[in-house]
Design a protein around this ligand. Sequence first.
Ligand code: FEO
Length: 394
Amino acid sequence: MTARKIVKNVLSVGAIDWDRRLFDELIPLPDGTTYNSYLIKGKDKVALLDTVDPTKARDLIENLAELGVDRIDYVIAHHAEQDHSGSIPKILDVYKMAKVVTNPKCKEMLKDHLLVPEDRFITIADRETLSLGDKTLEFIYAPWVHWPETMFTYLREDKILFTCDFLGSHLAQSELYARDLGKVYGSNKRYYAEIMMPFRTSIRQNLDKIKPLEIKIVATSHGPIFDDPEFILNAYRDWSSDNVKNEVVLPYVSMHGSTAEMVRHFIDALMKRGITVKPFDLPRTDVGELAMALVDAATIVIGTPTVLVGPHPAAVYAAYLANALRPKTRFVSIIGSFGWAGKTVEQLAALIPNLKVEVIPPVMAKGFPKKEDFAALDNLAEQIFLKHQTLGHS
Ligand code: FEO
């Protein structure tokens, strides 16, 4: 990997992780990822903005060596998570005079997680500036996108906003810029769903905060960067808004086919009413796809059989995930089956306290669904149709 120029004296020097397929031992990465790091060479000082995942430290060090960088004055840390900060100790070891520039919260986290010594830090305040000679860095606190210490840097002369995770995507590609916009949109939406969605209020606040800035380039720390910033800013405005779509997300699991038969009928009933439905067979589902579907659907319906006395563990996981991701969903219901008795509905409902939703009465069939169960599913689809009509959805 070689360094790539963005504008004069501003270079991308990070690493592409083509083969990574899992993040946090939790999030699937179907397209790998990148850890973007940026070098800004001022007339008087040199700054490195973020580093890379420690597994890719060698790429970063080699890129800097290829460029003949023999001095780094400042390492700007936007975020303490290790995929960006994990190579800071290595950089501080190679570049002995370098200081880590960050906010007080991030400093404490870097001390905790990476054992960076106290005397290597310079702390900055919100909107404070740092001159590199002919280039000025303005630091903008941006808490909770997605940790409490997250911040941005605005390079005033070149009008580049460095946003770290915010506006980023897990998408490995050799092209520096976002060009295949269909692909980029999907990757960014997936990233938003998995990482940013629980922080919608903070996202809106931070979008407002950067609104007055003239931005020519958005340089994130994952995925391709944007020389048409409105593309990604508009997408974030839409995703983080309260607008929901005429969609039902239907995560389900079936053991002996009863719930599957109900799901099959229910999908038809929704489609007949012009409602978009996105079913996810949970044992075979990429949870990133499920998370992405949750971004703007008006309704979630979970399909589950009864195992012992409660929901199937796969359905429990889906409910837990939805509760953690806090989508803007308005309505929730449950469909499924039971053999003799159980508390499936009560147990699932208890798993989603974070969702500000109206619960539409569930449809639970005893054994294989019968005529009255199919009629109840039709009625559920009709209720969802009527409720969606009230939303002014797109
Ligand atoms: Fe890419 Fe929150 O780290």
